[in-house]
Design a protein around this ligand. Sequence first.
Ligand SMILES: Cc1cc2nc3c(=O)[nH]c(=O)nc-3n(C[C@H](O)[C@H](O)[C@H](O)COP(=O)(O)OP(=O)(O)OC[C@H]3O[C@@H](n4cnc5c(N)ncnc54)[C@H](O)[C@@H]3O)c2cc1C
Length: 103
Amino acid sequence: MTGTVQEPRDLGFDITCHSRGLLEYCVRHCTLQQANITFAGESTVHGLVYADGRVRGVHYTQAGETHCLAADFVVDAGGRRSQTPRWLTTLGTPSPGGYDDRG
Ligand SMILES: Cc1cc2nc3c(=O)[nH]c(=O)nc-3n(C[C@H](O)[C@H](O)[C@H](O)COP(=O)(O)OP(=O)(O)OC[C@H]3O[C@@H](n4cnc5c(N)ncnc54)[C@H](O)[C@@H]3O)c2cc1C
């Protein structure tokens, strides 16, 4: 045997070990508990609402129906396949730095 087994001691912080799926489940569960948050599941965003020089919401489809959701602030969490750079280019606005237009 090499080395020694050290006595457990308090390092001053906690570490949790879990799968990504469990973390995502817990974040989703906690988010759903917030009374002022609603989910539009099974939806696909397919464009930005753009007027008077700024983004004012998103167009999305859910169960085959198209909707328009007005918003003061839009966060793109679409990951690497995000269409936002292409939508911004279509609107004639520059894409954020670091993004390339993957079309
Ligand atoms: C094979 C593989 C292995 C990986 N392994 C690791 C790892 O071990 N550790 C690590 O840290 N990272 C890993 N990564 C990277 C990690 O998965 C990503 O960095 C992370 O998932 C990015 O999270 P995100 O929320 O930004 O995007 P995503 O997890 O991609 O989520 C984006 C979501 O937006 C949805 N979406 C996209 N466009 C639209 C739209 N128009 N309308 C509605 N919904 C939309 C998508 O369906 C998706 O659910 C791995 C990636 C891959 C592909």
